[in-house]
Design a protein around this ligand. Structure first.
Ligand code: PHE
Length: 452
């Protein structure tokens, strides 16, 4: 579309060369599913929030997804060439404005708020925040361009403004708080050292090792407890449901090293669930530069972020991520505030598979960024966006089933298989053919591909 402004939450934004956010995406803004108390996303939110209670934590949500590239990337230390910044991955409103790709876009604001509230709410040194986030991505049953994240953080004030001089005292304070966290008896694998010079470095100019050990201990114990609570509730629900005979194995969790531009050291927490290790959250020791830039230079702490849909799909046995957006009573009537119950699928409607095969234009390069000199960039997410724009929630998944380069001409051919299936009704042949023809035409019009 070539509108000169986009209206989002009552505010007008001018568009430019960077704009790539379609109305189908904007139509999701403001739904606030996490506040519908009988919705599985809200029930999951409450369950996690219950592990981060007041007065230490404030539990918040952020309604407006429009943030600056500064908030979403720069402040958090994303380098200029980070792939997350590309137009193939992120929905831009204009060159300076995006739909947030993660709740971390609000970290600075919340750290500033902790400082501002110091006098009125001195015990509130942490927060959780839930929000809708937006990413251009593949189409399948566990990916949707709009989803929800919850972020949490906790800070400790150093007794002295000369940070490293008071680090032993700070570490002792944090360790005392670790002792307040109730124990659990779940097996935790944590084979790596807290600090690793190359893989998981100490911010040596800002933190002492004993401080970071203490912060890491508090972070890990807090998040283990939360995840154990959530998964224990899930197993209880599974055991109570008659249609399901999953043997309840003892819960296993493990810590793995990770990398985020705004934490160091960093980790991911994984849970062993029905035969696979599943990544549940990312976290780490907050970069001190970020805290210095957020009016809390004398505080240290941790932060984590997790996706709500993935957890809710496991807890409630929800097989398709599109269901969260359903207004169908057969879905919505199955859930009650405060209860984890197993979803009973209503009849599954037939799938309709249709393939589209095409030659890329001779100049196209795949996988690259738009920086490639002169060549037309071609990114799979652009195909996904075309399909999503036309098929909306009637597309269950899109997969690349064939790809080859012609040995003589050097031209590249791709074939995608689109599965059209409604969650709510049987689609007619005319309907799917019409959608598919529009997809074919738009691929030609937008990218100059040659249909085969
Ligand atoms: N924002 C990160 C993500 O979306 C998660 C994260 C949050 C990691 C806070 C560390 C600290 O992947």
């Amino acid at each position: 579309s070539s509108k000169s402004t986009l209206k989002i939450e009552g505010e007008d934004y001018s568009t430019d060369q960077w704009t790539n956010t379609p109305d189908t995406i904007l139509s999701h803004v403001g739904r606030r599913l996490y506040l519908d108390e009988n919705h599985p996303l809200a029930i999951t939110r409450k369950l996690i929030e219950s592990q981060f209670p007041c007065p230490v934590f404030g539990n918040y949500s952020e309604k407006n997804p429009v943030v600056t590239t500064r908030q979403n990337f720069d402040v958090l230390g994303f380098p200029p060439d980070h792939p997350g910044r590309s137009r193939t991955d992120t929905y831009y409103i204009n060159d300076k404005t995006v739909l947030r790709t993660h709740t971390s876009a609000h970290q600075q604001t919340y750290f500033q708020q902790i400082n501002r509230n110091e006098k009125v709410r001195p015990e509130e040194v942490g927060y959780t925040v839930i929000a809708d986030v937006y990413r251009r991505d593949a189409i399948d049953r566990s990916h949707y361009p709009v989803f929800h994240q919850m972020e949490g953080a906790m800070l400790w004030k150093r007794p002295d403004s000369n940070p490293l001089a008071s680090s032993t005292e700070t570490a002792a304070k944090i360790k005392a708080d670790v002792d307040l966290i109730p124990r659990h008896n779940v097996t935790v694998e944590d084979p790596n050292p807290t600090i690793h010079a190359q893989r998981n470095p100490l911010q040596a100019e800002h933190h002492s090792e004993e401080e970071v050990e203490a912060i890491a201990e508090h972070l890990k114990r807090s998040l283990e407890r939360m995840v154990i609570k959530v998964f224990t509730e899930g197993s209880k629900a599974a055991a109570a449901s008659s249609d399901n005979n999953i043997e309840s194995e003892p819960l296993k969790v493990r810590w793995v090293e990770a990398y985020f531009p705004f934490t160091s050291p960093s980790w991911e927490l994984e849970v062993f669930w029905q035969g696979d290790w599943l990544e549940i959250l990312g976290c780490g020791v907050i970069k001190q530069d970020l805290l210095i830039n957020s009016d809390v230079p004398n505080r240290v702490g941790w932060a984590f972020g997790l996706g709500i849909e993935r957890i809710a799909m496991l807890l409630f046995n929800i097989p398709d991520i599109r269901l969260f957006w359903s207004r169908d009573e057969r879905f919505l009537s199955q859930f009650r505030a405060g209860e984890i119950t197993r979803f009973k699928p209503f009849s599954k409607h037939p799938a309709s598979y249709k393939d589209v095969a095409f030659w890329l234009p001779p100049s196209a390069v795949t996988g690259g960024s738009s920086a490639a000199g002169g060549a037309v960039p071609f990114h799979e997410n652009d195909v996904m966006e075309v399909v999503r724009g036309i098929g909306g929630d009637l597309v269950e998944d899109v997969t690349l089933i064939d790809e080859f380069t012609h040995p003589k001409s050097g031209r590249k051919s791709m074939c995608y298989r689109i599965n059209y299936r409604s969650l709510e009704r049987t689609l007619t042949n005319e309907e799917t053919n019409e959608m598919h023809n529009k997809v074919r035409e738009k691929l030609v019009g937008d990218f100059g591909v040659e249909l085969r």
